[in-house]
Design a protein around this ligand. Structure first.
Ligand SMILES: [Zn+2]
Length: 212
């Protein structure tokens, strides 16, 4: 079976409404005849934009984990908790299932997503032909996780749990919570800016070079 990409067939899909165009020549500045979106074969500046989002996310990952995500106060004094100290508190106070959920959702998953996107980005930047199927699957997992997880919810779970356990009078989000939310959003933007077709472009070139 022979296959060809839209680009090889001279077709240019609209990213906004998916209408196919067959321009006489692929030039810059073409717009969709139906919805007027700019037409391009690949997401423009995908690699640069993903790097920008990823670097910002890495930087904010530090305060998200080091700064307090909540400040709690009662008659007996005030206390601040980071994500990790919240997890430790939950664990030592006996609610270990909740501790595991918060650890996985707030520390493990965001970190794993950052690493996965970095691996994908570096491999694409180096025009790697290494295991494209697995890299494609990895991208789909990252996208899927981003779609159904609103990880801040688990931070809210720590808050509620701590309020219940300690019967605290006042509670408010610390600066770490803002950094954490920013990491989640930036990682989603990075996944969105990544163009998975870039995984297959070098594979296709490699094939073409070896079948001629
Ligand atoms: Zn369109």
């Amino acid at each position: 079976m022979t296959t060809m990409t839209a680009a090889e067939a001279g077709l240019l899909p609209c990213h906004a409404c998916h209408l196919l165009h067959r321009p006489s020549q692929v030039a810059h500045g073409l717009v969709c005849v139906r919805c007027s979106a700019t037409l391009h074969l690949r997401k423009p500046d995908s690699i640069t934009r993903v790097w920008a989002f990823l670097i910002a996310a890495y930087i904010l990952y530090v305060p998200a984990n080091v700064l307090p995500v909540m400040e709690t106060g009662s008659l007996f004094g005030s206390q601040t908790d980071t994500i990790m100290s919240g997890v430790v508190y939950l664990w030592t106070s006996g609610s270990w299932p909740l501790a595991v959920i918060v650890f996985v959702a707030s520390i493990l998953v965001p970190g794993a997503k950052l690493i996965a996107l970095t691996v994908l980005l570096i491999s694409v930047q180096r025009s790697s032909t290494w295991r494209p199927h697995d890299r494609g699957r990895l991208y789909r997992i990252v996208e899927l996780v981003g779609r159904w997880s609103m990880l801040d919810i688990y931070v809210a779970a720590i808050l509620t749990a701590l309020v219940q356990f300690k019967s605290l009078a006042t509670i408010r989000a610390g600066p770490g919570a803002i950094a954490f939310g920013a990491v989640v959003v930036l990682t989603m933007f990075a996944a969105e800016a990544f163009d998975p077709r870039l995984i297959w472009d070098p594979v296709r070139r490699h094939h073409a070079a070896h079948t001629d």
